[in-house]
Design a protein around this ligand. Structure first.
Ligand SMILES: C[S@@+](CC[C@H](N)C(=O)[O-])C[C@H]1O[C@@H](n2cnc3c(N)ncnc32)[C@H](O)[C@@H]1O
Length: 429
């Protein structure tokens, strides 16, 4: 008998086969290609970003072999080295694998994007890490520069900047987001302490771990190292989320994820050593993008995606974890952008809040530097809210010039089309 579930599987397979027609290509790679794209590159906007990245590195290139390879016209050891260390969409340069290709092999999940510690909390609306790495390069950020993210969310940019040796400053109004970003980036410095604490911690909290919530946080207070404490707090919240969203057993989720998280942090440490990466500093804290408290003209670049989906309620989404951390949802809701008010008022409040945030971005960015905003139009109560136009108009009025507007079209599950814009602004006035 064909069940609906079976039929869904069949439909998805058919669609997956169709998908190859989006970008059909011959799998036989040339033996002597200068640069080869990674297999996971499948959308045209990704090819555009790959090209912009090569231009930022100073490469003079031609796209060849079904758009899967590049020929370099200005070869040099220096250029090769730069592409190997930094590029985001390439698998190899001549016979050498890129750093990025080696980094993404360190993946404990089934999702290609969730390598290293990117996966450690199921946050809705995560950036695509590969795209962020490319954008960091495209706007010309280098080792030692500082990138700022006013809505740092799950910490995707924090981790990608860290990997490229770029210093990161980030704020988010949600304490849960800040915790995620910290665990993703700081645990690599605390892996010995984390591993040492594991058995002691489990023996102390068992058997009450899985019933009496208060005990867990009390036991955590006994851990001196901040990074280790954060790590175990997030492990608990991951299990809280698994239990409430997916109905999984808290206990099983806790133990399974704890081991996986430890392995992911070890992977991170190992790849840092193998590739001799000099990690950037990460400075993440709770804060409000409308008032960042950062000095004027102090930042080398901004990459962010604001809460454009005024229909997506970030507080509701993470309600279980925020409550477990001891927060009163109604109290923290006040400062979240995009979730206050109803109907037309909600859009007005959103626009006013975003104006303040964009003005802050303008104030703290150094002249001639870039701010990248990834944003799409939201649908709220059946109507399209033109967030993209609003952003372009307001930013331009502030003294930014829109240098590029890259349309990011992607097809999600069941071929639902998602449209976002990658807006690259430069502070010109
Ligand atoms: C689209 S998400 C960012 C996702 C992020 N790019 C990622 O990869 O995970 C928007 C974020 O804005 C945060 N936010 C909402 N109001 C804020 C405010 N006033 N100040 C700073 N962050 C705020 C939310 O907590 C949410 O994490």
């Amino acid at each position: 008998m064909t069940t609906i579930a079976n039929r869904k599987g069949e439909i998805m397979l058919e669609r997956a086969e169709d998908a190859s027609q989006f970008w059909a290509y011959d799998f036989s790679y040339s033996k002597d290609a200068d640069l080869t794209l990674l297999d996971n590159v499948q959308f045209i906007y990704e090819l555009s970003l790959a090209e912009l990245e090569l231009r930022a590195f100073g490469a003079d290139y031609e796209v060849t072999n079904g758009l899967r390879e590049f020929k370099l016209n200005n070869k040099s050891n220096e250029l090769n080295e730069k592409i190997i260390k930094k590029s985001s969409y390439l698998k190899s340069v001549g016979k050498n694998f890129t750093d990025y290709f080696q980094i993404i092999q360190k993946n404990r999940t089934r999702s290609v994007n969730q390598y290293l510690t990117h996966w450690v909390y199921p946050y809705k609306g995560k950036f695509h890490p590969q795209m962020i790495r490319a954008l960091l390069n495209i706007i010309g950020l280098k080792e030692g520069d500082t990138v700022f993210e006013p809505f740092s969310g799950s910490g995707t940019t924090a981790l990608e900047a860290q990997l490229l040796g770029i210093n990161f400053i980030g704020i988010d109004i949600s304490p849960l987001c800040v915790l995620q970003g910290k665990v993703k980036t700081n645990s690599v410095y605390a892996i010995d302490e984390i591993t040492k604490s594991k058995n002691v911690l489990i023996s102390k909290i068992k058997p009450s771990l899985f019933n009496q919530e208060q005990d867990f946080y009390k036991v955590l207070e006994g851990i001196k190292d901040n990074n280790t404490r954060d790590f175990y707090a997030l492990t608990r919240l991951l299990a809280v989320s698994d239990e409430s969203r997916r109905g999984r057993s808290f206990e099983q989720s806790f133990i399974k994820n704890l081991n996986l998280m430890i392995d992911s942090v070890k992977d991170y440490k190992e790849i840092t050593e193998t590739l001799h990466l000099k990690l950037g500093n990460v400075n993440l804290k709770e804060g409000d993008s409308r008032n960042t408290e950062l000095p004027d003209n102090s930042i080398d670049g901004i990459i962010t995606s604001p809460p454009y989906s005024i229909a997506l309620d970030y507080i509701e989404n993470d309600a279980h974890s925020l409550e477990d951390m001891g927060y009163k949802l109604n109290e923290i809701r006040e400062d979240f952008i995009g979730v206050r008010g109803k109907g037309r008022e909600r859009v007005e409040l959103y626009n006013n809040d975003m104006k303040k945030s964009y003005s802050e971005m303008y104030r703290i960015l150094k002249p001639n530097k870039y701010a990248v905003i990834v944003i799409g139009n939201a649908t709220y109560q059946g109507q399209e809210v033109k967030t993209v136009e609003f952003t372009v108009d307001y930013m331009t009025g502030l003294g930014f010039k829109l240098e590029r507007n890259i349309l990011k079209l992607i097809f999600g599950l069941y071929n639902v089309m998602k449209k976002e814009n990658i807006l690259i602004f430069r502070k010109v006035k």
